[in-house]
Design a protein around this ligand. Structure first.
Ligand code: COA
Length: 163
């Protein structure tokens, strides 16, 4: 079975991520979505919330397995015995960061290969932070996130605003 790991913060999952996962699942038989839990990072959604949204987006799709991981990605890869990591590339500025990430991971685990998918041109400019900002100020994010994620964002910001 050909498997791969797609790691990320997914705070929250966007249509950019969904597009990469859908395309990758035509190539791989199983995709482990590794939801990163980094204590140094401040997330809007908790780890379980981020995982739950992804599970709901891919409900019924047996190829997609959602998990969380902490610590090094290379250790998670080794633990899973799945040495293929998927990453998406959007703009040229992504490249520098992704190249360092891929090379460092390769140094940490020689077996590990990083496979890059070009992001859909219609979604090139989106990021989770940008979507959170637009949602927070009541902008329309419908085209950029799955409907259930839009609802969760609205709930989150209403709660925050009510405080
Ligand atoms: N379409 C739209 N947006 C996309 C996208 C796509 N296809 N792919 C990524 N993005 C956005 C995300 O929404 C996110 O936006 P944000 O910065 O505004 O939140 C941004 O691009 C980066 O997202 P992500 O892919 O989740 O990367 P990350 O930097 O949050 O996480 C990890 C990267 C988790 C893989 C990395 O930090 C890691 O491996 N951590 C574990 C610790 C470790 O091993 N460190 C050493 C690494 S060598």
């Amino acid at each position: 079975m050909k498997a791969a790991i797609y790691p990320g913060s997914f705070d929250p999952i966007t249509n950019g991520h969904v597009d990469i996962i859908r395309r990758a699942s035509r190539i791989f038989d199983r995709i482990y979505i590794g939801v990163a839990q980094n204590p140094m990072k401040k997330y809007l959604f908790s780890g379980p919330e981020r995982q739950d949204m992804i599970r709901r987006v891919f409900k019924g799709n047996k190829k997609i397995v959602v998990e969380s991981f902490g610590g090094l990605l290379s250790d998670y890869v080794e633990y899973k015995k799945v040495p293929v990591v998927i990453r998406g590339l959007r703009v040229v500025t992504d490249f520098d960061y992704e190249l360092s990430l891929a090379l460092m991971n390769k140094n940490l685990n020689k077996e590990l290969e990083t496979v890059f998918f070009m992001t859909d041109e219609k979604l090139l400019f989106i990021s989770s932070s940008l979507i959170k900002e637009v949602a927070k100020f009541g902008g329309n994010i419908r085209e950029y996130v799955p409907a259930l994620v839009g609802k969760e964002l609205n709930k989150k910001f209403k709660l925050t605003n009510n405080k």
